[in-house]
Design a binder for this molecule. Sequence first.
Ligand code: DQA
Length: 202
Amino acid sequence: MKCAPLSRRLPPLPGALPKNDADQKPKRHTKRLQNRHLNEIWFPGQSDYANDVGMTKSLLILNGPNLNLLGTRQPEVYGTTTLPMIEALCADHAKAMGIKVAFAQSNIEGAMVDALHAARGVHDGVILNAGAYTHTSIALMDAIFSTELPTIELHLSNVHAREEFRHHSYIAKAAVGIICGFGAAGYTLAMTAMCDYLGASA
Ligand code: DQA
């Protein structure tokens, strides 16, 4: 099954790093996100905009440790866009593309492994910002290999222009591709890239 035609999939890129996002208000999830810390993993829900027959691709966007603090965490590096804002941007992008998108975030490595396992048979692809686990986690790499779900490694910052310990990625060994350095806009770029990947291989 194919994704929506390209003309429907390319709204203006939102969330450029790091300026001009103060006016982008989170449209949903905000209240429940305040209780995010109560859970090992946060599933704010799924946006299902696949209303056309045959356009049922579903993506999981999984964020790792400390990304729940986006907006206030080192804004000079990661920008001022919050995670609820990013999720709202991605939900809008999913609507434009005619696909489904679901979101999850955890600070706990094992909970992220569980989320990847749970994605099997539910989602068609994963966009993964594993945060610092990118550079350390053989378990997450193995989980991606185990689920056999196409996965895009994502980072807001350009990790290759930063400290040397950020240059190595276990996720990259299992990923179909990598997007980094474009701030919050990287999430919607990754969605478009995954949609093209899935369309080409379907
Ligand atoms: C990050 C880069 C990682 O090196 C860092 O540990 C993060 C965020 C990024 O999105 O730029 O937590 O994944």
